[in-house]
Design a protein around this ligand. Structure first.
Ligand code: ASP
Length: 471
């Protein structure tokens, strides 16, 4: 047993428990220092950093002199306690060091294009994104990815305990009217036709309710081809859920419970200002704060204060720029029951209130949902009011599904990137995403979007029309 264990790789964070033992460590050489004749490497792996010591007597000493920052090495040796005056309280392994008895260079590294030591905010973002895989080596972003993984883990655990089923819905789908522009995917088999990447799993999750699943959730990617708008990403992640046989209250209470639990489990340093979360109507929020996403923090200088609130009772419709009616949130929302009559007859359209609820955190909208319109004829009326052309062609599948026995249902979706951004006090959502796009929607690392070959275009039956040069 002993012998076998010696061959296992030890994570650097485990070294303080292994004083006097022989270990094998693997990782990146963070810094190289020569003190007199002795060489010190600070070795880094995912779990931490440890000081390692190489003395001239070692047969690999000359090779060790060649080693530079960010080379990947395997070091074997003995974990020793550091003398009391050499203890470094700033790192978790500060009481120990590795006395190196074997060195193997696993790969060399050229000088990195930027330093990965600090938090990196001072480095041009385009530069960081071009070499994102190096940027992600910095501790702040490393920790951010680990945090995100923990949040996803908490979510899965919570919803599975609440009897939800995690279902993956398609990414190659049909163009849907959710307010943003779709990303289109040309069909090769059916030239001239297009798939669209989903703006959200909205229709699929409702169809899962028709399928009798009753409780669905998913950590889902959403795609929206919007013009550059500050802190938006062309693809972003939602925590999406839907429930059958529920009223607004139940969806709100369950999501509130989830959010409180998530904050306590993953960000225990944060303080939630008020539980249960305060609730405001849209009208109250507008009147008191002049916005439908009020920042209710009592002390806005406290980076660890969270002030979530609900905003409810949104107007269902608003005028669009051409003077017609459009939906404010979601065409599939139900009206609040007391507005059923108005909706059925198309009366007082501007007064109709939707069974819609948004969750706002420190002035950011982090989620929104509604009780849906499960009555086919009412849904048809909504589509008529907002002037959807070709209702049958565009929504026939939903209307038909709703004719086969549909449970009343409702749900909500959280913008997960934004929630993570707030919990980690980051200035924008790009800092929470492993491989984000730039503000203008490009991937500088992969150099996307990119041109494709004439063969690829031919296969799709597409031709590029060059824009006439601007004069
Ligand atoms: N699908 C909606 C959205 O993306 C959220 C919901 O109503 O569940 O905003």
């Amino acid at each position: 047993m002993e012998n076998q264990n010696q061959n296992l790789r030890t994570m650097i964070s485990e070294t303080p428990q292994k004083t006097g033992q022989k270990v094998r460590l693997c990782g990146w050489v963070q810094t190289v220092r020569s003190h007199g004749k002795i060489i010190f490497f600070d070795l880094r792996d995912r779990s931490g950093v440890i000081q390692t010591v190489i003395i001239p007597k070692m047969p690999f000493f000359e090779q060790a002199k060649e080693v530079r920052s960010e080379w990947v090495v395997e070091l074997t040796g003995t974990v020793n306690e550091r003398p009391a005056n050499m203890v470094n309280d700033k790192i978790e392994t500060g009481k120990v060091e590795l006395f190196v008895e074997g060195l193997k260079v696993l790969s060399k590294a050229q000088t990195l294009p930027f330093s990965i030591e600090g938090d990196g905010y001072d480095i041009g973002e385009d530069h960081r994104l071009k070499y994102r895989y190096l940027d992600l080596r910095r501790k702040r972003l490393h920790d951010s990815l680990i945090f995100r993984g923990k949040v996803n883990g908490y979510i899965r655990d919570f919803f599975s305990k609440e009897n939800f089923v995690e279902v993956e819905t398609p990414y190659i789908s049909r163009s849907t009217p959710e307010g943003a522009r779709d990303y289109l995917v040309p069909s090769r088999m059916d030239q001239g036709k297009f798939f669209a990447l989903p703006q959200s799993p909205q229709q699929y999750k409702q169809l899962l309710m028709v399928a009798g699943l009753e409780r669905y959730y998913q950590i889902a990617r959403c795609f929206r081809d919007e013009d550059t708008r500050g802190d938006r990403q062309p693809e972003f992640t939602q925590l999406d859920l839907e429930m059958s046989f529920v009223e607004q209250e139940e969806v709100m209470q369950l999501t509130e419970k989830m959010l409180i639990g998530l904050i306590k489990a993953t960000a225990p340093g944060k303080k939630i200002q008020a539980i249960p979360f305060p609730r405001l109507t849209y009208a109250e929020a507008q009147q008191k704060y002049g916005t439908d996403r009020p920042d209710l923090r009592e002390d806005k200088n406290d980076p660890d204060l969270l002030a979530p609130c609900w905003v409810v009772d949104f107007p269902f419709f608003e005028k669009d720029k051409d003077g017609g009616w459009t939906f404010t949130h979601n065409p599939f929302s139900a009206p609040k029951p007391e507005f059923d009559g108005d909706l059925a007859f198309g009366n007082n359209i501007s007064e109709i209130v939707a069974a819609q609820y948004d969750i706002v955190l420190n002035g950011w909208e982090i989620g929104g949902g509604s009780i849906r319109n499960h009555r086919r004829e009412v849904l048809e009326k909504v589509l008529e009011i907002i002037g959807v052309k070709n209702i049958k062609e565009n929504f026939g599948h939903m209307l038909e599904a709703f004719s086969f026995g549909v449970p009343p249902h409702g749900g909500i979706a959280f913008g997960l990137d934004r929630l993570l951004m707030i919990l980690q006090n980051e200035p924008n959502i790009r800092e929470t995403i492993a491989f984000p796009k730039t503000g203008d929607g490009r991937d500088l690392m992969m150099e996307a979007p990119s041109e494709v070959s004439a063969e690829q275009l031919n296969e799709l039956g597409l031709a590029i029309v060059k824009k006439p040069a601007a004069n």
